[in-house]
Design a protein around this ligand. Structure first.
Ligand code: SF4
Ligand code: SF4
Length: 368
């Protein structure tokens, strides 16, 4: 059987052009050409070991993206800038882009609304409860970057309505008004084409690429306080992250004795017992040579936390999002929550937040 060869001259020029364009795009975004002028075609052809025609095709791709322009006598110049938005740190847009310019916000809507059921459940408030809705168009030095729709529980959002919504990140306002730090967030990112209205607001052509970020942010004690749907211009922002392989390299969450109590939960004291040692014989060896072994326990009944599937609401994931150990997961086949990893602090927010009482914590006798 013949294997694919990267040097095969029969590879389509379009394939090679895309390969070259992806590397040059990264160079442009990383400001590798400080004077904003790209090397000439002959240099690039030698650099990538391709023909001049392939280089031209690659540069055409980047010109169509609006990243560069080409003029006779001038050469190929960078004409637009993209700004990096980290996905590995919990920061607001103004904090993230501080070194690139000033963020201002057009506040398009701000006030109480009845929470849609899906929003209420993710924020852990009662179905039909009022929440604060804030919609802002965010600009960097006047240029529209993103359209943010934010839902906040009423006690968190109401004080923000009288504050500096045009000038500040909501993250900073939440921390200021609650006196607590934000702790973690669940993030989902997908690409969409701009609909007519979003395109007009963000000043891009209809159908332009947008990134939609859904972010549920929690206080340090695990309470969800900020659900956002952020439409970002794909031609202005680039998402970046530094990722590490292996469970053992994750930052360890605080032990339960140091974690603030959840609402309605007995505060933990120093005299509380340490997190229980894992019961012998429950753990399956994990192949990862670096991290500690992890016991995957899909659908066993004798686990620390059991979930009544008949009560679990498909589409809900509150208990999963609340667990500091990532011990719970949604079964992709049934859409129901279950204990996925045999790790538990018996700390309680999974059960406390479940709107249907589906979660049962099987507390060991010695901890009761
Ligand atoms: S067990 Fe409760 S909190 Fe967890 S996903 Fe099901 S309904 Fe939601
Ligand atoms: S009690 Fe619930 S939230 Fe706490 S560690 Fe166990 S599964 Fe996670």
């Amino acid at each position: 059987m013949s294997s694919p060869r990267t040097s095969d001259a029969r590879r389509l020029r379009a394939d090679r052009a895309r390969q070259v364009a992806d590397v040059i795009r990264r160079q442009v975004l990383g400001r590798a050409y400080p004077d904003g002028v790209l090397p000439d075609e002959l240099f690039l052809a030698a650099e990538f070991s391709v023909s001049r025609n392939t280089v031209r095709a690659a540069l055409d791709l980047l010109r169509e993206e609006g990243l560069i322009e080409r003029s006779p006598g001038v050469g190929t110049v960078v004409v637009s800038e993209k700004y990096p938005h980290g996905l590995d740190r919990l920061m607001g847009l103004a904090e993230t882009l501080r070194e690139h310019g000033g963020i201002t916000n057009d506040v398009r809507a701000a006030g109480p609304v009845r929470a849609p059921t899906a929003v209420a459940r993710r924020l852990g408030v009662a179905d039909g409860a009022e929440v604060v809705y804030i919609e802002r168009l965010r600009r960097l030095d006047g240029l529209p970057l993103s359209l943010d729709q934010t839902y906040l529980p009423m006690d968190i959002g109401a004080p923000l309505l009288a504050d500096d919504l045009p000038g500040r990140d909501i993250f900073g306002l939440i921390e200021q008004h609650t006196g607590q730090s934000l702790g973690s967030a669940s993030v989902e990112l997908e690409a969409v084409n701009a609909d007519l209205h979003s395109a007009a607001v963000l000043e891009v052509p209809r159908g332009a690429a947008l990134m939609v970020l859904e972010r549920l942010t929690r206080l340090a004690d695990g309470r969800p306080v900020d659900l956002e749907f952020i439409r970002m211009r794909g031609d202005r922002l680039t998402m970046s992250a530094e990722l590490h392989r292996g469970r053992g390299e994750r930052r360890a969450p605080l032990p339960p004795a140091r974690r603030p109590a959840q609402a309605g939960q007995r505060p933990l004291s120093l005299s509380d017992p340490a997190p229980p040692a894992r019961r012998p014989g429950r753990r399956a060896a994990h192949p990862c040579p670096k991290g500690p072994p992890v016991a995957l326990v899909n659908h066993r009944a004798d686990v620390p936390v059991t979930i009544d599937e008949s009560l679990c609401i498909t589409g809900c994931r509150l208990c999963v999002d609340m667990c500091p150990l990532d011990s719970l997961a949604i079964d992709p086949e049934t859409g129901k929550a279950h204990m996925h990893v045999d790790e538990c602090w018996y700390c309680g927010p999974c059960a406390a937040r479940c709107p249907t009482g589906a979660v049962e914590i099987n507390m060991p006798y010695l901890l009761r």
